[in-house]
Ligand binder design. Structure first.
Ligand SMILES: Nc1ncnc2c1ncn2[C@@H]1O[C@H](COP(=O)(O)OP(=O)(O)O)[C@@H](O)[C@H]1O
Ligand SMILES: [Mg+2]
Length: 292
């Protein structure tokens, strides 16, 4: 596996009039190419700060961000970000279609841009809205335009900051599935920030759980669910139910307890593997006995 993103000992302290505020403190993790990592943490813990430093929008006060081997200084070319604040992410003077086409201007000819934007708008359920202006749309629709713009760009790394927080539940499910489909089809590496525990498990290949402010990584949990997921059966799966409980516990307890919880979960996991291995061995022995 090649590493797409590496965050090493990242820290950021804001200097405000009211004094200094450390938002993130000693964050380290890696994301492999093609992986979808969810970052979950309490409100105000520093998730948006993390995404802003990864995307080169703010310079961290400590540590390094590396994107396929290169140190991030300024916004990288092959990166797209869906911001939490949709109301500020679209150009009000451009139509919806033109907003989606905008980042493609340097790389694609007009006809291709049009086709790519139309396809992305269709994917987010906005095929009829291309001629409208952002201010003519609801908040949830504006956010879908921002998502369409990011998808149309087909970035190597897609960063999303609570991307589905402003849409209704049904649309949220559809957009989650769309994201998983796009990720599979284009091998996009994705980092999604969310405060929704279920969403983090449903979407993630891994879930990074952050501590309260200032944020550091309290657990890095692999999600052993099949790549193709389903809103009903996946959410009922034992692994899903166990993981969401684990994430909830990690978010609620202090750091030391959280580490113990992680160890307990590793032990439980190991016990499960041992049991499965034993069952498989027994079955093999039975089969061989029958064959004899
Ligand atoms: N530009 C800024 N100047 C000073 N403090 C900030 C700034 N942006 C965010 N903060 C503070 O940093 C902390 C983390 O913010 P943020 O990264 O937005 O958290 P989250 O996205 O997890 O809710 C909060 O306490 C917030 O008030
Ligand atoms: Mg935020």
């Amino acid at each position: 596996m090649t590493t797409m993103l590496e965050v090493a000992d990242l820290g950021h302290t804001y200097q405000a009039k009211s004094g200094a505020h450390t938002a993130i403190d000693g964050l380290s993790f890696r994301v492999d190419a093609g992986e979808l990592v969810c970052v979950v943490g309490p409100s105000g813990c520093g998730k948006s700060t993390l995404l802003r430093t990864i995307s080169g929008l703010i310079r961290p006060t400590r540590g390094d961000v590396t994107l396929h081997g290169d140190a991030v200084r300024g916004v990288p070319e092959d990166l797209a970000v869906v911001f939490q604040d949709y109301s500020r992410s679209l150009f009000p003077w451009l139509s919806v279609q033109r907003n989606v086409e905008f980042p493609l201007k340097r790389t694609l000819k007009r006809a291709e841009r049009r086709a790519r934007a139309a396809e992305a708008l269709d994917q987010v359920g906005l095929s009829g809205a291309g001629g409208k202006y952002p201010w003519q749309l609801s908040g949830g629709m504006q956010q879908r335009v921002a998502i369409a713009r990011a998808l149309a760009y087909r970035p190597a790394l897609l960063l999303m900051d609570e991307p589905f927080a402003s849409v209704d539940a049904q649309t949220r499910f559809e957009l989650e599935d769309l994201l998983l489909k796009v990720k599979r089809e284009h091998d996009t590496t994705v980092v999604v920030v969310t405060h929704d525990i279920d969403e983090s498990v449903y979407l993630g290949d891994r879930v990074l759980v952050l501590t309260k402010s200032p944020a550091s990584v309290v657990a890095d949990l692999p999600v052993n669910l099949p790549a193709v997921r389903d809103q009903i059966t996946t959410r009922e799966a034992e692994e899903f139910v166990e993981l969401r409980a684990e994430v909830a516990r990690l978010l609620n307890v202090g750091k030391t307890e959280a580490i113990t919880a992680k160890r307990r979960s590793d032990e439980a996991q190991a016990a499960k593997w041992v049991a499965a291995e034993r069952a498989a061995n027994r079955e093999r022995a039975d089969r061989e006995a029958v064959a004899d």
